[in-house]
Design a protein around this ligand. Structure first.
Ligand code: DGY
Length: 436
């Protein structure tokens, strides 16, 4: 299905392409971001496979000697973003890339399933498989890094040590953790709020928390072991772990397609079985009927509903009975006629804010994952609604970073917030129109 919206989406991607990688959007995010890159490659794969492959190749080129892949790769200097490379100081880690400056934290590991998506989309499967062969061991190494370094109790679930690693940066879920911390008041110049209204971005005090966690990691030279011991933020996140599991599944399938690699396939299956069992045992909340985050530092579940709670559907983690229940919760709480699917946080909570970044607005990346998850389980009607809503948001407002979930706010076409001409919104719109 090719229409005006589709062509505009292509234009957004082409405009955000810089030599060898894409920026999420101008000014607000002027570098390469890990999970953005992966999702952007899915969009490019539909009309420019070379760029899709280059996007991933550049990302993987920034991999550290221990398999870690950073969340931002600072390809260029820019004074439109804070905190930049001089604050993050990735060079403190002995195995950091010598070629690229980056952050010392990561982001949801999408690369494995992105490779499989690119293969699905490709019209020249054998050429694409050759590219995948050149990239897949680096992704495997990344998974090895996670399971060997981010799972101190050997549970099968990996931790994140910073809210920026979750991707859901200022979710109200973290408020409980901020309550346990008292960081110093930092003096710094925000740049994000010169591009986007402050009411749509995290608060100054939240930034103090974000910077303080980085400072603690830096004092420990970004050692995973020390971070596991000292970071005040240490969380097993259902979205992050679901995407790792989804990517592992893809690596297994792709290695099987490539042939040989029996040892790697066996290792992946061992990680996978353990991860899925632990995920179902530890992160499912029987009373809420969805999956929740676990605060590993303070040893307690963070019992909130968010769009991340439903993400295990994308990775085939819940059994049919749990999946039924999850979809019922989704439709009861997030899917009323007055709202677009799927708010990023519980619309019935007092912490819900439908304008503020990850505290309520709808995000295209999560909707795309939920759409695919719903389809996988055969929830075709809800999947259809998820797709319609997602397309309507962009049709009515443009390719924004996030959108108001309340339908009443959409009368004037100004219910898109954050950055405009946002790459993954455009990329996943293309995929939804092609594959929905
Ligand atoms: C930001 O600067 O808000 C980014 O999302 C961090 O990844």
């Amino acid at each position: 299905m090719k229409n005006d919206l589709y062509n505009k989406a292509k234009e957004v991607l082409v405009n955000n392409w810089k030599e060898g990688f894409s920026i999420p959007c101008a000014k607000l995010y002027p570098f390469q971001w890990f999970w953005d890159s992966g999702l952007i490659a899915i969009g490019f794969a539909h009309f420019d496979m070379e760029k899709a492959e280059q996007e991933i190749a550049t990302l993987l080129d920034a991999q550290w000697g221990n398999g870690f892949i950073p969340h931002i790769i600072f390809h260029t200097e820019s004074d439109t973003y804070f905190p930049g490379p001089d604050f993050h100081r990735s060079d403190l880690h002995p195995q950091a890339s010598k070629k690229y400056r980056s952050t010392g934290m990561t982001q949801p590991p999408v690369t494995g399933f992105v490779l499989e998506e690119i293969y699905r989309i490709s019209k020249d499967k054998s050429a694409t498989l050759k590219f995948i062969e050149s990239a897949i061991d680096k992704v495997y190494f990344n998974h090895e890094y996670f399971y060997n370094n981010r799972d101190p109790k050997n549970e099968g679930l990996v931790y994140i040590y910073h809210n920026w690693e979750s991707g859901t940066d200022n979710s109200p879920i973290w408020d409980d953790i901020w309550d346990t911390m008292n960081p110093p008041e930092y003096t710094f110049e925000r740049r994000d709020t010169t591009h986007v209204d402050a009411s749509e971005r995290p608060s100054k005090r939240e930034y103090d928390h974000y910077l303080h966690i980085i400072d603690i990691a830096k004092e420990n030279n970004y050692s995973d072991e020390k971070i596991a011991e000292y970071s005040p933020f240490l969380v097993q996140d259902p979205l992050f772990n679901a995407l790792l599991i989804k990517s592992t599944e893809s690596l297994i399938k792709l290695y099987e397609l490539i042939g040989n690699n029996v040892e790697k396939i066996n290792q992946l299956k061992l990680w996978q079985n353990k991860a899925i069992t632990a995920f179902n045992d530890k992160l499912y909340d029987e009373a809420l009927g969805v999956y929740v985050h676990y605060d590993l530092r303070n040893e307690k579940p963070l019992r909130f509903l968010s769009s991340s709670s439903f993400s295990p559907l994308f990775a085939n983690i819940p059994n049919k009975e749990r999946a039924d229940r999850m979809v019922k919760v989704m439709m009861d709480k997030f899917g009323g006629d007055h709202q677009y699917l799927c708010a990023s946080f519980d619309p019935e909570s007092e912490r819900f804010n439908p304008k503020k970044y990850w505290r309520g607005p709808v995000w295209v990346n999560l909707n795309w994952m939920l759409f695919n998850g719903l389809k996988q389980y055969g929830f075709n009607k809800v999947a259809h609604r998820m797709k319609q809503d997602t397309v309507a948001l962009m049709e009515n407002n443009g390719f924004y970073e996030y959108f108001d979930s309340r339908k009443e706010m959409h009368k004037n076409g100004d219910a898109g917030y954050g950055g405009n001409n946002f790459s993954w919104s455009a990329a996943l719109l293309i995929d939804l129109l092609e594959n929905g």
